[in-house]
Design a protein around this ligand. Structure first.
Ligand code: C2E
Ligand code: MG
Ligand code: MG
Ligand code: MG
Length: 276
């Protein structure tokens, strides 16, 4: 197999570069131009109060539609964006678009109480996250307490200055949720120190909640923890009425999942939730 050698004698295609590596490079190249090419957009998944069905907020979920490759799921491109540093540009775009959308819905007559936006660890490493969030809130005019940032336990535990940034974000009035709660490596001690408002019970515990005694025990423990620490608890990945009923019975009032709605386009949310 012929090796392509550069002028310096470095080979572009090393023997270890598998098909997977090539594919990754191709994705990386495409990803870098995805924003300017208008291929990135957001879907929004409703978060509801279980007993009333009332909309309490939405979570922004990023989507990438490439003209040749089709719709690429975030689990495939977020890690890539993190490795290449593109996540900073992407994360900023997501935050801006999500905040702008809140204002658009408001102007169209739909009040969405809260917008949740995911942050990745790499966005904290850059350091200027607090200024970025403050700038976007100022530019869009969205009230800080209507924005909730979601981070995972590992972001908090493994990011050197995460505590500092999170306290700074709190000081400008932005909310914080711990995403995928219960799946990460974490110490409960940090919960006491952090200005967190919300725990999101990971979907993996909800899936078999009424049949698997371990999942049931974990979910109940998280609900109790939230209650005793005065945090709101929201269940992720609720797909059935039974799961919703179980949660309500055990004191979890908030949910998000396919049972209520899949992530949808901004316009669809307006159509479904707008009350004339
Ligand atoms: P996440 O933040 O935990 O988001 C929840 C994921 O669960 C979403 O997948 C959502 O579509 C899916 N989901 C919600 N309800 C159900 C359900 O009832 N059943 C099932 N099977 N799935 C459900 P999605 O959109 O593919 O996102 C996957 C992950 O990618 C997110 O997990 C988040 O970690 C990451 N992500 C998405 N958007 C962003 C973003 O803008 N920035 C960053 N840094 N990460 C993002
Ligand atoms: Mg999330
Ligand atoms: Mg989650
Ligand atoms: Mg996740």
């Amino acid at each position: 197999q012929a090796k392509a050698r550069g002028r310096n004698g470095y080979s572009f295609y090393t023997p270890s570069m598998t098909g997977e590596g090539v594919e990754r490079l191709r994705l990386e190249t495409f990803l870098r131009r995805s924003i300017e090419k208008d291929e990135i957009f957001l879907n929004y998944q409703p978060q509801v109060e279980i007993d009333t069905g009332r909309l309490i907020g939405v979570e922004a979920l990023v989507r990438w539609n490439h003209p040749e490759l089709g719709l690429i799921p975030p689990i495939r491109f977020i890690p890539l964006a993190e490795d290449t540093g593109f996540i900073n540009q992407l994360g900023k775009w997501v935050l801006e678009e999500a905040c702008r959308q809140m204002v658009r819905w408001q102007q169209a007559g739909l009040h969405v109480p809260k917008m949740a936006v995911n942050l990745s660890a790499k966005q904290f490493e850059r350091g200027s996250i607090v200024n970025m969030v403050a700038d976007i809130l100022r530019e869009t005019g969205l009230e800080p307490d209507r924005l909730q940032l979601e981070v995972t336990e590992s972001v908090i535990m493994n990011t050197g200055d995460a505590m500092v940034f999170i306290n700074d974000l709190h000081s400008i009035g932005v909310g914080l949720a711990i995403d995928d709660f219960g799946t990460g490596y974490s110490s409960l001690a940090y919960l006491k120190q952090l200005p967190v408002q919300t725990l999101k019970i990971d979907r993996s515990f909800i899936k078999d909640i009424s049949t698997d005694v371990n999942d049931e025990a974990i979910a109940i423990a998280i609900i109790q923890l939230g209650k005793s620490m005065n945090l709101s608890v929201i269940a992720e990945g609720v797909e059935t009425e039974e799961q919703a009923a179980f949660l309500l019975r055990h004191g979890c009032r908030l949910a998000q999942g396919y049972f209520y709605s899949k992530p949808v386009a901004a316009q669809d949310l307006l159509t479904r939730w707008h009350q004339p």
